[in-house]
Ligand binder design. Structure first.
Ligand code: IPE
Ligand code: IPE
Ligand code: MG
Length: 240
């Protein structure tokens, strides 16, 4: 099953970047102020990955449930994503970052999707760090979309239902090219998954930290990773 290993450095770290709104509120500012501060943090964490030995980093930027926020916050976030991609693409290319997006693109506006396609294309030959951005992503939505595509292939006679196993389903997920996450970090003190990488995190380790995302530094990231290295991953077996 995927990337079972005894590595002490997680190969794939996934982060639920939470707490931007509270960070802003604590400063008497609008929530979007916190989202901008949060976006600035992303670069520092991405750039620390090669030194820390992290090969895959996946970040949760916008969930399928986040559309329920006010129209002002949603449109502010969409504008921020566009601005971020426009201003960061060059840096991502030169830093050797390979960028991918997971989530349902159908609901996103054309301009944003065009920027996402462009950054994927421009960075696809890079391999220093694999950065995956989850945008309009929900774990259940991903499994439902995967099932829809798989059902079509079954109906078309391309897949025999008797051959369907967990690897088959995994190959239909948005994350089909990625190893499973070894470590999932959530900032802001909330201890829940909020529909992030449900299938892929079956054997991930979890780390919940109180720090709000805009305050999450490279040093704290490093210390969470070193804590991970002391854990024993058993995958349901009895350690020998
Ligand atoms: C995470 O911060 C970013 C997104 C969900 C887009 P929040 O906006 O959820 O911040 P809090 O949890 O309200 O503080
Ligand atoms: C999860 O955070 C989504 C992202 C970080 C993008 P939320 O703030 O949306 O999750 P809940 O509402 O606290 O569960
Ligand atoms: Mg939140």
């Amino acid at each position: 099953m995927g990337n079972r290993s005894k590595r002490t450095v997680p190969e794939h770290v996934a982060i639920i970047m939470d707490g931007n709104g509270r960070w802003a509120q604590a400063r008497g500012k609008p929530r979007l102020f916190g989202h901008h501060a949060g976006a600035r943090r992303v670069r520092e964490i991405v750039e620390s990955c090669p030194d820390l030995g992290v090969k895959y980093l996946t970040i949760f930027a916008f969930s399928t449930e986040n559309w329920q926020r006010t129209q002002a916050e949603v449109s502010g976030l969409m504008k921020l994503f566009k601005r971020y991609l426009m201003s960061e693409t060059k840096e991502l290319v030169t830093e050797g970052i390979c960028v991918r997006f997971i989530g349902d693109r159908m609901k996103l506006d054309e301009t944003l999707v065009a920027l996402m396609d462009e950054v994927e294309l421009l960075t696809c030959d890079n391999d220093r760090v694999n950065l995956t951005i989850a945008l309009n992503y929900g774990g259940r939505d991903e499994v439902a979309r995967a099932t829809k595509r798989l059902s079509r292939d079954v109906a078309a006679g391309k897949v025999d239902p008797e051959d369907v196993d967990d690897e088959t389903l995994a190959s239909y997920l948005d994350t089909y090219v990625l190893p499973d996450p070894d470590l999932v970090i959530r900032t802001s003190g909330e201890a829940r998954i909020s529909n992030f990488l449900l299938w892929q995190s079956a054997y991930a380790e979890y780390e919940f930290v109180d720090t709000l995302w805009p305050d999450f530094t490279r040093d704290e990231f490093a210390s969470v990773l070193s804590k991970f290295s002391t854990r024993e991953r058993r995958y349901g077996a009895v350690p020998g």
